[in-house]
Design a protein around this ligand. Structure first.
Ligand SMILES: [Zn+2]
Length: 396
């Protein structure tokens, strides 16, 4: 089966509209330039229908660049695409459901806009973020997740670790750990941890329950308790709605209304969110609150909160004396003789993480104070810790 027609393509990276030729194949949609060169190919199973005027079929897709859009006015072709991609309609209904809820809540947000006049954006964000339904956080988080997956440079093997047979034991061990923490946290959104195949020494929380742990961070951990501490800290950011608050602060009211009016498909809002969240610069108060939350959560599962503080201070030392730390840790495998691009990048990323998590000594003392005396038991056994460290297939 092949049918074809014309459409308009937005690549998701620029605002340029391109007239294209669209060819519907058995399992894919091919997007071709007028000269026949292929711009993109979208599997039918990944297509998403987006809100659009009735005379228009607007499509996005789940792989590749999540902001790319294809618009089709040709009715016959649109009907054939709808018939060949059964997931389309379901996805649109889901999106409309979210939009309806968001519109409802937007009324509350609009009332808050008067606050904006008096207090400015940060205060507005502070007041609005806790009022928003969790579906807004999740919506923001989904957009940021798609955008980050599309643009974040990772090592060969795919963005996310844990899928191959050699990586799966690590994934399962991490899932067990995550479940203990998220059961204790009992948030209205599920915590979903993604291990990112990258040497960045970093972790970040998306609004709505998504947490990224970068392989570089797992590599630098000396115990599973340290990893659990960081995870608990990120769950704290989710619980406190820090990601949504930060996105609102950065994008302000226009961003919020962008969500409400469904303008998100325009892309600007999504890019703002992704950028802001991946920088992950929360205020110091937000960091301290997330630490306190982490310490409490670790205690709830009978685990020791102090390794989080130890990890933070060790990374700070590492950032000021990267070479000494390298030797101590005995990590010479891929360091080689000359500082490679990867090494330099590692150092930079370590420093950027520290700069977003300042005052480590002070925070360590604070975590220690909250910790109390225990008794504590390790969050997982040694075998699970090893498995978690090998979740990206690379023995540490
Ligand atoms: Zn943090």
């Amino acid at each position: 089966m092949t049918s074809s027609g014309t459409g308009v393509f937005f690549d998701g990276l620029t605002s340029r509209r391109q007239d294209v030729h669209v060819a519907l194949q058995d399992a894919t949609l091919e997007i071709l330039r007028p000269d026949g060169a292929r711009l993109d190919m979208w599997p039918l199973g990944q297509l998403r229908e987006l809100s659009a005027p009735p005379e228009l079929l607007r499509l996005g897709h789940d792989g590749g660049n999540a902001l790319a859009r294809l618009e089709i006015r040709d009715r016959a072709l649109a009907a054939q695409i709808r018939a060949s991609a059964p997931r389309l309609t379901a996805a649109l209904a889901e999106e409309r459901g979210t939009t309806r809820k968001v519109v409802l809540w937007s009324l509350a947000a609009m009332v808050s806009v008067s606050l904006f006049t008096f207090y400015g954006v940060p205060a507005l964000a502070d007041r609005v973020a806790p009022l928003l339904p969790w579906s807004v956080d999740r919506h923001m988080g989904d957009i940021a997740d798609r955008q980050i997956r599309a643009v974040f440079p990772t090592d060969p093997g795919g963005f996310e670790c844990g899928a191959s047979s050699e990586e799966r034991p690590g994934r399962e061990a991490l899932d067990r750990l995550t479940k203990r923490l998220s059961d204790a946290a009992a948030l209205p959104v599920p915590i979903k941890v993604t291990v990112v195949r990258s040497d960045f020494v970093n972790a970040l929380a998306l609004p709505g329950g998504g947490v990224y742990l970068f392989r570089g961070l797992l590599d630098n951990a000396r115990s599973a308790d340290e990893i659990a501490g960081v995870l608990a800290h990120e769950i704290g950011h989710v619980a406190h709605r820090d990601g949504a608050r930060r996105a609102l602060q950065a994008g302000g009211a226009s961003l919020l209304f962008g969500f409400i009016l469904g303008d998100v498909v325009g892309g600007t809002a999504a890019i703002t969110i992704a950028r802001v969240l991946s920088e992950a610069h929360y205020s110091r108060a937000a960091e301290t609150n997330a630490d306190d939350y982490a310490a409490d959560l670790m205690k709830k599962i009978g685990a020791d909160p102090r390794p989080l503080g130890e990890f933070l201070s060790r990374l700070t030392e590492g950032a000021s004396e990267p070479e000494a730390d390298q030797d101590k840790a005995g990590k010479t495998d891929d360091a080689g003789e000359k500082p490679t691009e990867t090494e330099k990048r590692k150092e930079r990323s370590l420093q950027s993480w520290i700069s977003s998590h300042p005052e480590s000594e002070e925070r360590r003392r604070r975590v220690d104070a909250v910790a109390g005396d225990g008794p504590f038991s390790p969050v997982v056994d040694g075998a699970d810790f090893l498995a978690i460290q090998r979740i990206c297939g690379k023995p540490s």
